[in-house]
Design a protein around this ligand. Structure first.
Ligand code: CUA
Length: 170
């Protein structure tokens, strides 16, 4: 049985493509730190407002301060609890000073929302009854300023008005 030259070329081409795709996938996962948002805990939707506590990973004495659902750690990490509800995010203004890594813990009090920081890789679906957690490694070249947090899951008549501001300070 003979393998024609064209067949060999195509076989290598396909093999090469596969390697490139897998490398791109690995780069996205480990190089860029794109993580899969995952659901870490269940929480009763009706009680979400009372029970969504600051993240547990940064506890005393590493906590510098807790302001408006934002936990500031000594080493530049932040834990931010966010509540989604028709048609707002709480808090609707998040101020972070020179953040290195931000862990968002998000839940919804009513329907499914989508938490997205425009222009970043932060994008997670938020289900009522579950806490979604996503860790954002803030790019070192992230310019100070205001960034838009939007809702990217249609959640009702006021969906287009559901946004918040993320302010990055240096
Ligand atoms: Cu919340 Cu769309």
């Amino acid at each position: 049985m003979t393998v024609h030259r064209e067949e060999k070329i195509w076989a290598f081409f396909v093999l090469g493509l596969t390697v490139v795709f897998l490398a791109a996938l690995a780069y996205a996962a480990w190089g860029l730190g794109l993580t899969t948002p995952y659901t870490v805990e269940r929480i009763p939707a009706q009680k979400a407002a009372q029970e969504l506590k600051p993240g547990v990973d940064c506890v005393n004495p590493n906590v510098k301060q807790i302001v408006n659902n934002v936990v500031v750690c000594q080493d530049g990490r932040y834990y931010v609890n966010v509540l989604a509800m028709r048609f707002t995010w709480l808090p609707n203004r998040i101020v972070l000073t020179d953040p290195k890594e931000v862990k968002f813990r998000i839940t919804s009090t009513d329907v499914i929302h989508g938490f997205e920081i425009a222009g970043t890789n932060v994008n997670v679906m938020v289900f009522p009854g579950y806490i979604a957690e996503i860790t954002w490694k803030v790019p070192s070249n992230m310019a100070p300023g205001n960034y838009l947090i939007i809702c990217n899951e249609y959640c009702g008549a006021g969906h287009q008005n559901m946004y918040a501001i993320l302010e990055i300070r240096k």
